[in-house]
Design a protein around this ligand. Structure first.
Ligand code: AMP
Length: 208
C-alpha cells in the first residue's frame, strides 16, 4: 500500500499516518520529521533547510526530492509507504510520479485529511511535539506518552509563523487535491473529529 497524505499543517496527518504504520507496518516518510532531524544533526541539508523552515516557507524542491528518493529506496519502504508532508507542490507531485514509475511502483491513494483553517490555527498554536520521537499532543501534555521524552513547542507552531504556513498550504499544496482527483486516487476524510473516528473512515476508504 503506497499512500500520500494531504492536508493543511495540523490537520492530523501525522496521527493518521502513525495509526496506519501501527496497523500495516509500512514505512512512515515524513519530510518534516526528516528535515527536523537534519537540522538537529546540523548536517549540510539541515543548515540549508533551517531558515526556510523557521520562516514557514517550503524548503527548495531539489533538497526535499533527494531526501524522499533516498528514503523510498530503503528496505523498510519496499512493502509500502505513507508519505506525510510530501508532495507539497505540483513539481514535487510530478517528480514523485516519475520516480515511482521508474521503480515500477505507483500510488494507491492520496488521502486528504480535511480541516477548516480556523480549527487549524487553534490546533497548531496549542500543539506540542516530542523532542525525541516527534509524537504530537495538546499543550497540557508535558511528557511524551509514547517514549517519555520532553514535549516542546516547535518554532514554526508559534502564531507568527502559523499564518504563513497556512498561506503556503493554500497557494502551493491545496492544488494537489485537484491533481490527485484528476488521477482518480483522491480519498477525503473530515479531519475535524476525534482521531479514532477519523481513522475509522480512513480504514473504510482504503478497504485493504
Ligand atoms: P511539516 O512537519 O510537514 O509541517 O514540515 C515542517 C516544515 O518543513 C515545512 O513548513 C517546510 O518548511 C518543510 N517541509 C516539509 N516537507 C516539505 C516539502 N515536501 N517540501 C518543502 N518543504 C518541506
Amino acid at each position: 500500500m503506497n499512500i500520500v497524505l494531504l492536508g493543511a499543517p495540523g490537520a492530523g496527518k501525522g496521527t493518521q499516518a502513525q495509526k496506519l504504520v501501527e496497523e500495516f507496518g509500512i514505512a512512515h516518510i515524513s519530510t518534516g520529521d526528516l528535515l527536523r532531524a537534519a537540522v538537529k544533526a546540523q548536517s549540510e541539508l539541515g543548515l540549508q533547510a533551517k531558515s526556510y523552515m523557521d520562516a514557514g516557507k517550503l524548503v527548495p524542491d531539489e533538497l526535499v526530492i533527494n531526501l524522499v528518493k533516498e528514503r523510498l529506496q530503503a528496505d523498510d519502504a519496499q512493502e509500502g509507504f505513507i508519505l506525510d508532508g510530501f508532495p507539497r507542490n505540483t513539481a514535487q507531485a510530478v517528480t514523485l510520479d516519475s520516480e515511482l514509475a521508474a521503480m515500477d511502483r505507483n500510488l494507491d491513494a492520496a488521502l486528504l485529511v480535511d480541516v477548516k483553517p480556523e480549527v487549524i490555527v487553534n490546533r497548531l498554536s496549542s500543539r506540542r511535539t516530542c523532542r525525541s520521537c516527534g509524537y504530537t499532543a495538546p499543550a497540557s501534555v508535558d511528557v511524551c506518552p509514547r517514549c517519555g521524552g520532553e514535549m516542546y513547542q516547535r518554532d514554526d507552531d508559534k502564531p507568527e509563523t502559523i499564518q504563513k504556513r497556512l498561506d503556503v498550504y493554500q497557494t502551493q499544496t491545496a492544488p494537489l487535491v485537484e491533481y490527485y482527483r484528476g488521477h482518480s486516487i483522491l480519498k477525503e476524510v473530515d479531519g475535524d473529529r476525534p482521531a479514532d473516528e477519523v481513522y475509522a473512515d480512513v480504514r473504510a476508504l482504503l478497504t485493504v
